[in-house]
Write a protein that binds this ligand. Structure first.
Ligand code: SAM
Length: 245
């Protein structure tokens, strides 16, 4: 399995994350680097509601770097960026996108929500052109966070906990879409993306990566765990996958 990133400076991107830079800016730079290989890119933003990592400006930058910018968003309550040249208000798996038409597809914080990821990966293969590229930015299933997140979700406490910490869902924070973490590790993706010519992965980690989920007085707990993970060279919370058709 190739681990080619097309001269992407992976170590320096990981270092930027480690120095507490916002992940959205790092993901944006990965996509802008990828877009340079396509003269008139058709770009597909899967789960495009709320912008890119909840930022409309970054989404606009990505749209302006594309000749065609297709957005897919099943949550019809979310208004979409006016920059899209084509939108599909449905699950990506059901979207009527022309086969073999997309140069670069990406999803930011979407893969963790897929209950049936094989359908998603098959659809990706269908819509990408030969040598087209997919980047997925998501949560790493090898870190401890998904286990806690799933336990909170199953116990019915997740919403109440996040409401208490960060305000009502959909107002002060993302809607609490169900999570499955089934497309979120190299092992998952190798099984799902068998028909792609290459699959490569990056893990991002840092001290304080889960501060958002701890009440301030308890953030030291998460930070101590992060230090331990770094010391043992274990994967952190963010997983990025690059797939080439
Ligand atoms: C956590 S939000 C992330 C939104 C945006 N990508 C961002 O970076 O801010 C997850 C989004 O994925 C969308 N989504 C979930 N399953 C999807 C699917 N199968 N196809 C397309 N979008 C999906 C949800 O409706 C939601 O807007």
């Amino acid at each position: 399995m190739s681990t080619s990133f097309r001269s992407l400076p992976v170590a320096s991107l990981q270092e930027r994350y480690r120095s507490a830079e916002w992940r959205g800016a790092i993901f944006r730079d990965i996509l802008l680097h990828e877009l340079t290989q396509f003269p008139e890119p058709t770009t597909l933003d899967i789960g495009c509601g709320h912008g890119f990592d909840a930022d409309m400006d970054v989404q606009t930058v990505l749209g302006k770097a594309s000749a065609r910018y297709i957005g897919v968003e099943p949550d019809t309550e979310i208004p979409l960026n006016s920059l899209f040249t084509e939108t599909h208000r449905c699950f990506f798996e059901d979207a009527a996108i022309e086969p073999h038409s997309v140069d670069l597809a990406f999803s930011c914080m979407v893969l963790e929500h897929l209950e049936h990821p094989q359908k998603f990966w098959d659809k990706l293969h269908e819509v990408l052109r030969p040598n087209g590229v997919f980047w997925g930015f998501t949560i790493d299933a090898r870190s401890y966070f998904p286990y806690i997140s799933l336990a909170f979700e199953k116990s019915g406490l997740k919403d109440a906990y996040l409401n208490a910490l960060h305000g009502k869902r959909g107002e002060a924070r993302y809607e609490n879409y169900p999570v499955f973490y089934r497309s979120n590790s190299p092992r998952h993706v190798q099984a799902l993306g068998k028909n792609f010519q290459s699959l490569s992965y990056i893990n991002f980690t840092r001290v304080g990566q889960l501060d958002f989920y701890y009440p301030k007085p308890l953030q030291w707990i998460g930070r101590s765990i992060d230090r331990g993970l770094l010391l043992l060279d274990l994967p952190g919370n963010i997983f990025a996958v690059r797939a080439v058709k």
